[in-house]
Design a protein around this ligand. Sequence first.
Ligand code: CMC
Length: 380
Amino acid sequence: MAVNRGLEDVVAAESSICKVDGEKGRLIYRGYDIDDLAENATYEEVVYLLWFGRLPVKEELETLRKELGANRALPKELVEEMKKWPKHAVPMEVLRSATSLLSMWDADASENDRSANIRKATRLTAQLPTIVAYWDCIREGRELVEPKPEHTTAASFLYLLHSGKEPDEVAVKSLDVALILHAEHELNASTFAARVAAGTLSDMHSAVTAAIGTLKGPLHGGANQEVIKMLLEIGEVANVEPYVKKMFAEKKKLMGFGHRVYKVQDPRAFHLRKMSEELCKGANQMKWYEMSTIIERLAKEEKKLNCNVDFYSASVYHVLGIPRDLFTPIFAISRISGWTAHILEQLQDNRLIRPEAEYTGHVDLKYVPIEQRKEVATAK
Ligand code: CMC
């Protein structure tokens, strides 16, 4: 039996949601190139596209926006619970736990048919940004304000995060594009986790909770937080080269670089690089962009590594004034659309996902009563 470590090159599902062309560096959502969507679409249009397989007409988009707007508030009991949680709790842990708890107040919790799951997907897409924004307010002692139904996802998140201060247009537009770029990426680790959970006919909240826990890791969505940590550690443009060379000499991984599927530049990085340059210039903080471009050049020259979606998103969020540990939760509040699209697709033609392992252990040991077992020195 051939073992593909990390399931590399294994095709585990048929899907019409997204194509990642790793050789050509193309990303396609339901037939539309990510460049086209990033330049022309809104995040809500992309959500509709991912769930229903085509772009919405005006009334359909309006209906979705209204439904999202009407569902952004969290159950009062959940907010009261969150207020009791330790203030040092990591936002991704909070998001994972709060998402799991949400099912207890969900009117469709015990239903698993398509229409109930679309309602749950709508509620989760509306509620996740509120959880993240509220948690930052709770831990920092800022006021919690009610969501405004007319806000888009990006505007609502920034409005709630800043306790009712209307966000400026540039920030909303930048975040909206970032949400589009992060919305979907085929069978990445967190989406696969969601499909595995959904495939057991468990519920949507369980599948999304599994996905959030999976996204948290630094080899996946957690990388964007590590990137800004690195930029802050480097501090100044002049320190970049020695820092990166030392990392390579010590064989450490450079966060925000490399990809399992892309062999060329991640197409999402192009848009985030451009956005990073514009925002850094606008905020008079060009050093983050300059440092990033030098790191990118060195990684290419010395290791032939391309940056991925997480690299330039770090300087984008930093310049937008978003705290470092909210970077990965922002990834989640976008990817919820892709996760839920995959859960819906998995359930349309479900088969339990259950691969096998190549067993490498013993097969003929005999049980020894505990009194007769010899003490075994533990390996140091
Ligand atoms: N820095 C330095 N070397 C790297 C890096 C990196 N970021 N990425 C890959 N390599 C090297 C790696 O050391 C290995 O070299 P060798 O064959 O000499 O041992 C080779 O490239 C293959 O790496 P791998 O880790 O076996 O590749 P993978 O396909 O299992 O992992 C990855 C892909 C994304 C986990 C990996 O590139 C990585 O750890 N990158 C840093 C974390 C990161 O940026 N993650 C975000 C991924 S994209 C968006 C997302 O999913 O959130």
